[in-house]
Design a protein. Structure first.
Length: 325
């Protein structure tokens, strides 16, 4: 764990032909000083083992100021998209060795999009569940049969190793890591500053053939979602929501899943857990009252769902992330 008296250290490992968007994501999430908004400081170093300057595929170059030694300095290492994953570009031996040493000393390592190819080549994903851009799924399975690939999720990981799906899913993963370190309220603050959702429902399977449609104000789902968010303390069912949308329950459930990427009940559960996180961080309300206000009805029900989705108890979460109101 990083020392409490210094900023969190983030190394972004890049290669020649680095994807510009994936490089920008961790720099945006951790590299901007948001201390005035209550976000703990972080220090970002972009590093490489390749000769500089590095080419991008968009007509400009980048010149990182740090070499592979930054991987031994970092608390978190982010590996953006691998260079040209469709080609057989195995990382250099010194890169693989530096990643393995960083992992052995306890650094957290995350890949964005096709960066999973780099982590897998270093042996860091063996026996693990991982993801990458859905377009590269078949190729990834062929090259790394010891990795359990799940191309349906936006990100996945535990025990210090994380992978994300294509492009914008890198934002989801980086915000998730901020949430693990500092709680939901800080992650939400970063997300608001970036003007992105703090947590997207569903997985990347919804993007394989058709894009996720945006909900316009005229869409009845928009008013139903807004109403549900304002009444999470109530006992809500699919039938209740369908009636407000003037749809049959089955039609509503199908339309909701198409628009939101998850079932209505899954969506409600995630929103209730998120509300419970905010209440635990920003209030002194007893856990049983938090449970009622978040729509769980009782503390045991809150603990069950909270533990499954957040990985800890409400009390432990509050002790770690309690912030002054």
């Amino acid at each position: 764990m990083p020392a409490r008296h210094r900023p969190h250290r983030v190394a972004v490992l890049v290669f020649d032909h680095v994807p510009a968007f994936e490089l920008a994501v961790p720099c945006e999430v951790w590299g901007i000083d948001r201390a005035a908004m209550g976000v703990p400081r972080a220090e970002v170093r972009v590093c490489t083992g390749d000769p500089t300057p590095l080419q991008t595929d968009f007509g400009f170059t980048v010149s990182p100021n740090h070499g592979l030694e930054a991987l031994q300095w970092a608390d978190t290492i982010v590996v953006p998209g691998s260079p040209r994953p469709l080609e057989e570009n195995r990382p250099a031996a010194d890169v693989i060795g530096a990643l393995q040493r960083a992992r052995r000393r306890g650094a957290r390592i995350a890949s964005l999009c096709s960066g999973a190819f780099t982590l897998a080549a270093a042996g860091l994903l063996d026996g693990r569940r991982a993801t990458t851009h859905w377009m590269h799924g078949e190729l990834f399975r062929e090259r790394f049969p010891t990795v359990t690939l799940d191309p349906s999720v936006l990100y996945v990981g535990d025990d210090g190793i994380y992978t994300s799906a294509g492009t914008a899913a890198g934002i989801d993963l980086c915000l998730h890591l901020v949430r693990l370190d500092h709680g939901a309220e800080v992650a939400n603050t970063v997300a608001r500053r970036m003007v992105v959702p703090p947590h997207r429902e569903g997985g990347q399977a919804q993007y394989v053939e058709t894009p996720l449609p945006e909900i316009g104000r005229e869409d009845p789902l928009a008013s139903v979602v807004a109403w549900a968010m304002a009444h999470l303390d109530r006992e809500l069912s699919v039938n209740d929501l369908a009636r407000r949308a003037f749809m049959a329950p089955r039609t509503f459930a199908r339309r909701f899943r198409s628009a939101m990427g998850s079932t209505p009940l899954q969506w409600l559960l995630h929103q209730r857990v998120a509300l419970a996180q905010r209440l635990l961080e920003t209030t002194d309300l007893p856990v049983d009252l938090v449970a009622r206000r978040a729509g769980f009805g009782s503390a045991p029900s809150l603990r069950q769902h909270f533990g499954r989705l957040v990985g800890t108890s409400p009390q432990a979460y509050r002790r770690r992330f309690r912030r002054a109101g």
